[in-house]
Ligand binder design. Sequence first.
Ligand code: HEM
Length: 433
Amino acid sequence: MPPAPRLPRLAQTAGFMFGGARFLDAVQRRYGDVVTLHTLFDDTFVMIFDPALVKQVFQGPGERLRAGEANALLGPIVGERSVLLLDGAEHLRHRRLMLPAFHGQRMLAHAETMRASADAEIDAWPVREPFALLPSMQALTLRVILRAVFGYTPGPAEDELRRRMRAMIEPLSHRRGLVMIAAVIRGRGNTRAARAFTARRRAVQELLEAEIARRRSDPDLPRHDDVFSALLLARDEAGDGLSDAEVRDELMTLLLAGHETTATGLAWTFDLLLHDARVVGRAADGDDRYLDAVVKESLRRRPVIAGVGRVVRGAPFPIGRYEVPVGIEINPAIRTIHRRADLYPEPGRFLPERFLGADPPDTYAWIPFGGGARRCLGASFALMEMRVVLARVLERCALRAVDRKPTTAQFRTITLAPKSGVRVIQDRPPAAA
Ligand code: HEM
């Protein structure tokens, strides 16, 4: 086994909960790039801090390094037939069926939806009065999911689905969200919160099931360019598609994976940007390459997901000089790797230029979207959405930060979110859309 800090389990748990990024920075400095940890959440797991080792794990065989098993906690939300929960051949089948919907050409068709969603938010922002950006970004990314991924047009059907989705997701984004999900998993689903969650999830599923039935009988289906329709049309080599329940679970997956994450990424981008006059100045020129670098540097500095996992199965998995036993989870430490000074000189600085030079960060040193056969399916979608929204806000508004310093990070079930919600103010009305 890799070396382990000689700290009691309780102290290691506290390090994770209250130590912020500094706890793992210190662990890495003291014990090296592969470390065994023990906490109250996970008895024993291994964290890795080096891109070369991350590469071994991300490129390892999916049957032996199981991400689906590591994601089990998400089962009660997204459903058991979700690509997030599957492993091995079944995972590959789902992924292959889903990939075309996220292909480059298809993505471009969604840029206009993203811009229009940004405009709708901007038009609702108050003037000369502070407001928090995170809730606005949540509304924005939800609208994008509903239109580009689910293919809804404005109207009562979209409103009803949005209302039910927010009611389901809202409690999850609180700090207690994880406790509730854990209760559902452990079969203690009869606590009040767990029962309420199950009912709200059912309310969303019912609408999706009705919509699946409606679209299956719609002769116009092939003409739609949203992800939902693409999932219904997808066929594997044997000519088989996804079942109704599989499509439903994948839609829940895309909602969960794509909404809060992108909103949080956007809120962080504005937080970093509005506290850095130099970068705002350059970004305001509207150069697409620079905006892309701003988004990437934000996801480095403030990764929305702090770590991803793979559970070892079949036989012990060799990593560096060690062997990780069967049943143990390996976690590439996204946040810590992004803070390594040997990979990112002056890691605390917000320097989009890192991504513009001749030697941009290596594939396994910049991992906000995980990697290998499990890399985020929506990565190009999210990067484009963040770029488009950023460009639109800079074009129309003169925002400034309310708080003197960038905000601190807080775990919210799945994401690492800005504690303050990122408070901003605009001194004059936005330019016309
Ligand atoms: C800034 C926004 C986002 C971030 C930071 C993010 C991050 C991640 C991460 C870290 C993973 C796990 C990868 C791994 O285990 O190696 C993941 C998986 C996934 N993401 Fe994203 N994501 C974002 C947006 C989206 C969007 C917009 C969608 C879809 C609309 C999406 C769909 C998915 C799916 C389907 C998976 C599961 C892939 C698999 O298991 O094969 N994500 N994402």
